[in-house]
Design a protein around this ligand. Structure first.
Ligand SMILES: Nc1ncnc2c1ncn2[C@@H]1O[C@H](COP(=O)(O)OS(=O)(=O)O)[C@@H](OP(=O)(O)O)[C@H]1O
Length: 303
């Protein structure tokens, strides 16, 4: 897991604790893969560190695509699976969490993605207890499409569940939406974001448009690399649009020379939904989306 670096000097120094190292102890951009100033020895030993960046959500937003694209960057070391540390395994402690992380060199950014973090109550406080400097990334997508994507995933695992239309409403004849139904509740982005803003400034939270991640992956990746203080190494050269899949795919993923699209569960056809129901959902989300645009200062253009 040790990435070869110029210089060839393998000096072992004690593992840095996140709290003492901070996000960017040298005050440099972090993109140079080192961070040691003139006269200081560089550390070329890969060690396990707590993450300095987290993709915290949203479920079905495009979080896997973002993580896979970011992994092309030589200064990113990302856990492939979802750790679920802050929501499920918190009692195991930070030392356990650290052992889950891939080894990383000084200057590399360690990260993981667990989309459930965005919507779980205690997570912002717990993440803050790990580090007040951690960088947070949220991929958001039109909450109506997101809900249908979520439902499509649920029905693929449990085919016997009732129709989307009957779960989305408390009472279908009055049209009263059941906002507590998880696929709809997750889409109340302003509500969830507000809890994160109680612990982190907005400047530490980067929002990725799930729609643009599909239409312009290089553009979105450029902004994420800027946010992480990294050089823009992942660019349009890395992507091609696969017409059969209908999504951008990688020309050469990490550790391979073959083109690669995400798996079948990413970018699958959605269950057809009654257009009237869709309209009711759009009306339901409109004020919540407006609030979200206000909070973030960004208009995501969801209809
Ligand atoms: N390049 C590329 N290839 C395939 N899929 C892409 C891509 N970019 C974004 N997406 C969208 O990602 C959606 C799945 O989101 P997540 O990875 O966040 O889902 S999960 O929460 O981890 O289950 C997935 O949702 P569905 O279309 O509903 O399957 C995709 O729309």
């Amino acid at each position: 897991e040790l990435v070869a670096r110029p210089g060839g000097l393998y000096v072992k120094v004690p593992e840095r604790e996140f709290a003492s190292a901070g996000w960017n102890a040298t005050g440099e951009g972090g993109g140079g893969g080192g961070g040691a100033g003139a006269g200081m020895e560089r550390d070329y030993t890969a060690v396990r560190r707590l993450p300095q960046a987290l993709i915290i959500g949203v479920k079905k937003g495009g979080t896997r695509a973002l993580l896979e694209f970011l992994r092309l960057h030589p200064d990113i070391r990302a856990l492939g699976s979802e750790a679920h540390f802050f929501d499920r395994h918190y009692a195991r402690g930070l030392d356990w969490y650290r052992t889950m992380m891939p080894k990383a060199l000084e200057g590399q950014v360690v990260m993981e993605k667990t989309p459930r973090y965005f919507v779980t109550m205690d997570t912002p406080e717990r993440v803050h207890a790990m580090s007040g400097q951690v960088k947070l990334i949220v991929v958001v997508r039109d909450p109506v499409t997101r809900a249908i994507s979520d439902y499509t995933q649920i029905i693929s695992k449990t085919p016997d569940i009732p129709a989307f239309e009957s779960l989305a409403f408390k009472n279908q004849s009055t049209g009263e939406i059941d906002a507590q139904w998880s696929p709809l509740w997750i889409g109340l982005y302003a509500l969830h974001l507000q809890r994160w803003l109680d612990w982190f400034p907005l400047s530490q939270i980067h929002l990725v448009s799930g729609e643009r991640l599909i239409s312009d992956p290089a553009g979105e990746l450029g902004r994420v690399q800027d946010f992480l203080g990294l050089q823009r190494i992942v660019t349009d050269k890395h992507f091609y649009f696969n017409k059969t899949k209908g999504f951008p795919c990688l020309k050469k993923p990490e550790g391979s020379s073959k083109p690669h699209c995400l798996g079948k569960t990413k970018g699958r056809p959605h269950a057809p939904i009654d257009p009237e129901v869709l309209q009711k959902l759009r009306d339901f989300y409109r004020p919540h989306n407006e609030r979200f645009y206000q909070l973030t200062g960004k208009d995501f253009g969801w209809q």
